[in-house]
Design a protein around this ligand. Structure first.
Ligand code: CIZ
Length: 297
């Protein structure tokens, strides 16, 4: 039986849904029940009545789904799919930052472990980071772990934030000279990029936003050629949704190795064997849920 049919059969047998992040390979996007960013997918995970969720993404995303829906079985098809950005901060480092900045609110990007979320006041995604920090008014804010996103939020709001020197190696490695080179080859193109890129790259952009915002910008812009400053997996979806437009990666290095670990075979194995479950200890889960609920409020 072709693997796609087998996945469908096992999905029905397990009463499962397949949630797929925008950065996943094209063949995984094609089997998605829902495709989106981590916030969209966590909301889907919480609202579905399926018993099992196959989360095609990286570990912190599956953890976030579990934090919101502990009664469901959350499967991560490749348990090694981690996030180097999330790994840049430990609980001890965060506690030290908190003790050095008494009274500051901690805003953690969704790309963090459950243990870090449990130590934070409110979570955010690239979709809502500016809004979440704005909501905190004049209170001092520790923003972790991505210093590029933190710097972007700080510049948008004209507010100093306490930052941690973490970054996403995929986005942080994009160089201004590479982007200028692509721009010079496509002089009529517009440039959109993720706020996890360095500020010098963001300064060259026509649009800055998370993946959902970029998908919307691409649909709405009148430009026919769009240079894409985020993980290349999204270009598959961009092309499918905008067949009359051309999408060019801002850098050939925009590939997240972890996002590419998921394969059709691993999705099938996850459904058959159900042995790649992601769970979070209950004391950490309830505290982390507080930070996520504060974001969703
Ligand atoms: O929030 C997400 O899903 C991430 C990590 C990126 C984005 O902008 O969608």
């Amino acid at each position: 039986m072709p693997i796609i049919d087998s996945i469908k059969e096992w999905k029905n047998k397990r009463r499962a849904v397949i949630l797929v992040h925008n950065y996943q390979p094209g063949e995984i996007q094609d089997i998605a029940d829902f495709l989106g960013d981590s916030l969209d997918l966590s909301r889907r995970a919480a609202s579905t009545d399926a018993d099992v969720i196959v989360f095609c993404g990286v570990h912190f995303m599956a953890e976030t789904a579990y934090i919101l829906s502990p009664q469901k079985k959350i499967l991560l098809p490749d348990p090694n799919a981690g996030c180097p950005l999330a790994d840049t901060i430990t609980v001890d480092q965060l506690r030290k930052l908190k003790s050095e900045n008494p009274g500051a609110k901690v805003v953690c990007y969704v790309n963090t472990s459950a243990a870090i979320k449990a130590e934070s006041d409110v979570c955010c995604t690239s979709q809502n980071a500016v809004e979440i920090v704005r909501r905190l008014g004049g209170a001092p804010v520790i923003f972790i772990p991505d210093c590029n996103l933190g710097d972007y939020v700080s510049r948008q709001l004209g507010k100093d934030l306490v930052l941690h020197p973490g970054s996403c190696p995929t986005h942080d490695n994009v160089l201004v000279k590479e982007v200028l080179d692509v721009k010079s080859r496509y002089p009529d193109a517009v440039l959109m990029a993720h706020p996890e890129c360095h500020r010098d790259v963001l300064k060259l952009c026509d649009f800055v936003g998370g993946t959902s915002a970029m998908l919307k910008f691409a649909r709405e812009t009148k430009a026919r050629t769009i240079i894409v400053g985020t993980e290349k997996g999204i270009i598959y979806r961009l092309k499918k949704e905008n067949p009359d437009k051309e999408f060019i990666p801002a850098s050939e290095k925009l590939v997240c190795r972890n996002m590419k670990l998921v394969t059709l075979e691993k999705v099938q194995n996850a459904l058959v064997n159900m042995d790649c479950e992601v769970r979070v200890p209950e004391d950490i889960r309830t505290k982390a849920l507080g930070a996520i609920q504060a974001m969703l409020a």
